[in-house]
Write a protein that binds this ligand. Structure first.
Ligand code: PMV
Length: 350
């Protein structure tokens, strides 16, 4: 992994309202999952999580203050946002306005290159880019840690996309006040040993998911008898993952990531009523990953709130893994990602 991926590339803007700013951010895929909130309003998770930021599927977001406007105007891929998508962006801008002490509404223009709402972390890149752009446009002058906390309020996983390479999101402390818990829950980069990893992403279904991750998490925490045991075992998984990353041990990383993800899906299957994101095509791809391992290729699967599968492997094996996965699920689109950069501001003067 080259050095630029290990650091965040966020340039803290000088305090003072820029009025307009554009940022780019990449999705991340969790190897230790975030699944379950202990505080919905502050987006505080039950467990720590750890992810790899990708170098594909960026989101680019421009935020421009519009002093004359009465409402925020939100455009997603050239189309005015409506419903839940618009509500979430406006709620996020309210937070930014509160922090900035500025009343101005904004024009937000977002371009996503990842299919939205298909469990491919579009909300992670989306809210990381929005946090960086809005933070600069409203002149908040936040450092990377504060940007991570802010992005978290939009979507938990977005806290990790502020950073490149591998990032851990700390669940935070509950010893004091809500402020204490809020301040102590942020992501930061995790050191990794010699490693040249890839994530092969099999998009078996690019349609929007039937149950939002927000609703699925809530139902799982409230009703699944498997949730508590999974959350406890996730603590051990995290320790193991950090050690494996430090050693650059891809096999250990993959084994831990796969069991952590399958366990997360088990918690949902045991929820009442059950949440099942895995489709027949998901299972076919999982079988192909098992066959690859039997043939001596280190390859390990992880899945999020959707049927798509991400396969962790060595970069040198990525083409072979992609071919196997494509063969198993004809009609799916398969993408190869490496470790990507953290969220950053773009120069608006070009
Ligand atoms: O950030 P959210 O609310 O979209 O939740 C994402 C949760 C998972 O993608 C399933 C796991 C993770 O850690 O990213």
């Amino acid at each position: 992994m080259n050095a630029e991926h290990r650091t965040t590339l966020v340039r803290p803007p000088a305090r003072g309202t820029a009025g307009s700013a554009t940022a780019v951010a990449y999705p991340n895929i969790a190897l230790i999952k975030y699944w379950g909130k202990r505080d919905e309003r502050l987006v505080l998770p039950v467990t720590d999580s750890l992810s790899m930021t990708l170098d594909i599927f960026p989101t680019t977001t421009r935020v421009r203050l519009d002093p004359g406007a009465e409402h925020d105007e939100v455009t997603l891929n050239g189309v005015p946002a409506t419903g839940e998508a618009q509500r979430r962006v406006v709620a996020f801008l309210e937070l930014v306005r509160e922090q900035a002490g500025l009343p101005q509404r904004a024009v937000v223009d977002t371009g996503n290159t990842v299919p939205t709402g298909a469990g491919l972390a579009s909300s992670a890149s989306g809210f990381a880019a929005l946090a960086v752009a809005a933070g600069a446009a409203y002149g908040l002058g936040l450092d990377a840690t504060a940007l991570s906390r802010l992005a978290r309020r939009g979507s938990g996983s977005a806290s990790r996309s502020v950073f490149g390479g591998f990032a851990i999101w700390h669940a935070g402390r509950d010893t004091g006040t809500a402020t204490d818990a809020d301040l102590s829950s942020y992501a930061e980069p995790v050191p990794a040993g010699e490693l040249d990893p890839a994530l092969v992403i099999a998009v078996v279904d690019a349609g929007p998911k039937a149950v939002s991750s927000r609703e699925a998490m809530r139902r799982t925490v409230d009703t699944s008898p498997l949730y508590g045991p999974w959350a406890a075992s996730s603590k051990e998984d995290l320790l193991g993952m950090r050690g494996a990353l430090r050693r650059g041990d891809l096999d250990a990383m993959g084994e831990i990531a796969e069991r952590n993800a399958l366990g997360m899906h088990a918690t949902m299957l045991a929820a009442r009523p059950a949440v099942r994101y895995l489709s027949p095509a998901t299972l076919t791809v999982l079988d192909s990953v098992l066959r690859l391992r039997r043939d001596g290729v280190p390859a390990y699967a992880t899945m999020d709130a959707g049927p798509n599968v991400k396969v962790l492997c060595h970069r040198a094996d990525a083409d072979r893994v992609a071919a196997a996965v494509r063969g198993a699920a004809p009609g799916s689109s398969v993408h190869i990602a490496g470790p990507g950069q953290g969220a950053r501001l773009l120069d608006e003067r070009g």
